[in-house]
Design a protein around this ligand. Structure first.
Ligand SMILES: [Zn+2]
Ligand SMILES: [Zn+2]
Length: 275
């Protein structure tokens, strides 16, 4: 490790139907890798069975909370374990999501855009639909949805802020429309005082890049938007994955601290090299 580990706030459990490992295993891996703090943030239930195959059922939420609380309490003194959630921003579901947010003393709630209309653009099962869309439009629609998610003020963190690039489709180089959509997204993040996640997950995907692109990190840093780190671990072995690479990008853009959360309150943690 080049840097002293910072909190990793993005990891899942098998309840979402596409992750493996118990919370305890994620936590033990974090301790083994020298992390002081993690947060679980499994895919939240959504109304009316929406995208049910890729998330926990509402009936599983109490069990999720219990498992995370049990590990948090058992490891107190060794590792700080935060209780979070990765909620979806999908227009029309805000009221139900807000009830869920209000129903528990979360340490943080991440808001992620995984859908444009009815298209799960990052779902491998729906990758074929990329062939029928205009890539520039898809990027603009995506950043517009992220901007709207921030503007709701419902979320503490914007998850993987340019997930749209996951499978490697790119808009035309120098697209003014995409540049403008990106900037409007960042303005909404800034105005709502939301935190951007810098995520190593993209390094494990076809795009093979950190989310968000360094250009976005640079713009956000210049605007004073804060960041937190997430590996988006779907298996214990992915805890803390790519942390040094993400912190390198933050440092090179002049960001020298990341956000830590407790009961939706923030404190800043300095990024420090291991000496
Ligand atoms: Zn997932
Ligand atoms: Zn996600």
């Amino acid at each position: 490790m080049k840097y002293q580990p910072v909190p990793d706030y993005h990891m899942h459990t098998p309840r979402c139907n596409h992750a493996v490992g118990e919370v305890r295993e994620y936590a033990e891996m974090a301790i083994q890798r020298g992390l002081k703090e993690i947060g679980m943030s499994d895919h939240s239930p959504m109304p009316n069975g929406f995208d049910a195959a890729w998330r926990m059922d509402a009936a599983e939420l109490p069990d999720y909370l219990q498992e995370v609380e049990d590990v948090r309490d058992a490891l107190a003194g060794q590792l700080i374990v935060r209780v979070g959630l990765e909620a979806d921003f999908h227009p029309g579901t805000e009221d139900v999501v807000q009830v869920m947010i209000d129903g528990y003393a979360w340490d943080y709630v991440m808001g992620s855009v995984h859908y444009i209309g009815d298209w799960a653009f990052d779902n491998p099962d729906e990758e074929g639909r990329w062939e029928a869309v205009n890539v520039e439009d898809a990027y603009c629609d995506y950043f517009d949805l992220v901007a709207r998610s921030a503007a709701t003020g419902m979320f503490d963190i914007i998850g993987h802020p340019d997930l749209i690039k996951k499978f490697g489709q790119r808009p035309p180089a120098g697209s003014k429309r995409v540049d403008r959509a990106e900037s409007l997204m960042l303005e909404a993040v800034k105005a709502s005082e939301t935190v951007l996640e810098i995520s190593s997950a993209g390094l494990r995907k076809p795009v093979a890049e950190i989310y968000p692109h360094m250009r976005i990190v640079e713009k956000a840093a210049a605007m004073g938007i804060p960041f937190c780190f997430g590996s988006d671990a779907h298996a214990p072995n992915e805890v803390g994955y790519g942390m040094d690479a993400c912190l390198d990008i933050l440092q090179s853009c002049g960001v020298d601290e990341v956000v830590a959360f407790e009961k939706r309150q923030r404190r800043m943690i300095a990024i420090r090299e291991v000496t």
